[in-house]
Design a protein around this ligand. Structure first.
Ligand SMILES: Cc1cc2nc3c(=O)[nH]c(=O)nc-3n(C[C@H](O)[C@H](O)[C@H](O)COP(=O)(O)O)c2cc1C
Ligand code: SF4
Length: 121
């Protein structure tokens, strides 16, 4: 599902009141694993595990837990070569800091990782 783009008013309201109404969720690797396990146990179909997959160790664990695929979001924005690195190196992991700044970057000319420095003009 693709979320609808918030209006200017919604963005302004979020900027003013967001910190007061939205809880902070500290990052955890494989943060949907517990809920996804319940789905894995309930259905017989291929499943993709998503959320906080940042390393080859995470991928190996997902496969061992019975998932068929993993999906990577921020880890691939930070490290487009990560899948190839994971293929050849069991210790490979993303440099992503989970700052979520790439979400805001979408409004300024397209998704990119802020670890790559300022956007070229
Ligand atoms: C830049 C960016 C844009 C995203 N856009 C959407 C979106 O339009 N719809 C959606 O359902 N999830 C969106 N997501 C959430 C991702 O699909 C994914 O659920 C989330 O990033 C967790 O996975 P990760 O820990 O591998 O990043 C977006 C995430 C990022 C970082
Ligand atoms: S901007 Fe932040 S969250 Fe997004 S990919 Fe880069 S380090 Fe990760």
């Amino acid at each position: 599902m693709i979320a609808a783009e918030p209006s200017r008013l919604q963005k302004l309201a979020l900027r003013w009141f967001g910190a007061r109404v939205i809880r902070e969720y500290p990052f955890e690797e494989m943060f949907f694993l517990e809920q996804a396990r319940a789905v894995r146990a309930a259905v017989r179909m291929p499943l993709v595990l998503l959320g906080g997959i940042v390393s080859r160790a995470n991928v190996d664990r997902a496969m061992a837990e019975g998932f068929d695929f993993v999906a990577l979001g921020r880890a691939l924005i930070a490290d487009p070569d990560l899948v190839e690195r994971m293929r050849v190196d069991a210790s490979a992991r993303s440099r992503c800091t989970h700052c979520n700044a790439c979400v805001a970057e979408m409004d300024t000319g397209g998704v990119r990782c802020v670890l790559d420095g300022p956007r070229p003009h």
